[in-house]
Unconditional design. Structure first.
Length: 329
């Protein structure tokens, strides 16, 4: 599958009827806050999901604004309306920036060769792809051509995360087989299920469904008619699941790097040295390692590495150079 499906969003009235509101009621609420600019319904309701208990998420594009302003929370009965303001120039800026990122065509879709979207950017970019105008006369936030330019970078962000999730599941498999303390088939199965969700996320985004919120993933998969992987640890060591990303288990171990965790610092207390992680937890003993996971696994046991990741002593990240080398035609 190399094409994308442009999902037909509901109109604002249809989407808001799910929570018993109207577009007029929401625009009047936004007007009270003196937010001038095109107003869009975003989030699960704009993506064709949501239910009577869903929040209403509104983004307003404001001329002259340099940085986002949010969230402004309002309540209409039992429904929360979350209004955020964004610089009006950001959508065009992101289209121009991401249009220049080189891409590769894979069996499941187009992927950016370089990471170009951070987690915080992904949140609002994904919401804008499915944004629904609240006001008559306001056009779609992105054209179909612009969405095609944005998707590869959004897919790449999901791919990098899926590779890391798969690496953790592969480590858990090894730790379980070696009988490492605290690692069981149940734990391994949980991590493989997370890896499978990551693979499905990549496929959904490549198909044009970039709805934010992990809870909607099963509904997105059903809507797109994607095949579901079997739950639990795969009998083939993950080869079949990773093949859906055009990847192999050994390739994942080479492409994912171990590095010191973000936010680490050293502290001396009462004459003793400690390592402090990003959660302000102190350690008298810790693991130091850096490099491709395949190599680090030759130096440390999978159980020991998993403990260091869990304790935020080490992090796993997709290596951009290795991933680019694998994606390049």
């Amino acid at each position: 599958m190399t094409g994308t499906v442009r999902l037909r969003p509901p109109d604002a009235g249809q989407a808001l009827a799910t929570v018993g509101l109207t577009a007029g009621r929401i625009t009047a609420l936004v007007d009270e806050g003196k937010a001038n600019g095109p107003r869009y319904l975003v989030g699960s309701l704009a993506s064709g999901f949501g239910n009577a208990r869903s929040d209403v998420d509104v983004h307003v594009l404001v001329d002259g604004l340099e940085q986002p302003v949010g969230s402004r929370l309002h309540h209409v009965g039992d429904t929360t309306v979350d209004v955020e303001l964004f610089p009006a120039q950001w959508p065009a800026r992101e289209v121009a920036r991401l249009s220049g990122v080189p891409v590769a065509d894979l069996p499941f879709g187009r992927v950016a060769l370089d990471p170009a979207v951070r987690g915080s950017q992904r949140r609002w970019l994904c919401r804008w792809v499915h944004a629904v105008p609240l006001d008559a006369g306001t056009g779609a936030l992105f054209s179909e051509e612009e969405v095609r330019a944005l998707l590869p970078a959004i897919v790449r962000q999901a791919l990098d995360r899926a590779l890391v999730d798969a690496a953790v599941a592969l480590l858990a498999d090894r730790a379980t087989r070696e009988g490492a303390d605290g690692w069981t088939a149940q734990a391994s199965g949980y991590l493989w299920n997370r890896a499978a969700r990551g693979v499905l996320e990549v496929h959904c985004r490549a198909a044009g469904d970039v709805t934010t919120g992990e809870k909607w993933l099963p509904a997105r998969v059903r809507r797109l008619g994607l095949p579901l992987p079997d739950p639990g640890p795969p009998a083939d060591g993950g080869a079949g699941l990773l093949a859906r990303l055009a990847w192999t288990p050994s390739g994942v171990l080479e492409a994912v790097r171990v590095r010191p965790a973000e936010g680490l610092r050293r502290a001396d207390l009462a004459g003793r040295g400690f390592l402090v992680n990003r959660h302000d937890r102190l350690f008298t003993e810790w693991l130091e390692a850096e490099g491709p996971l395949a190599r680090v696994l030759g130096e440390h046991s999978p159980g020991r590495l998993l403990d260091a990741f869990r304790r935020a002593q080490l992090d796993l990240v997709a290596d951009p150079d290795v991933v680019r080398g694998r994606l390049q035609p």
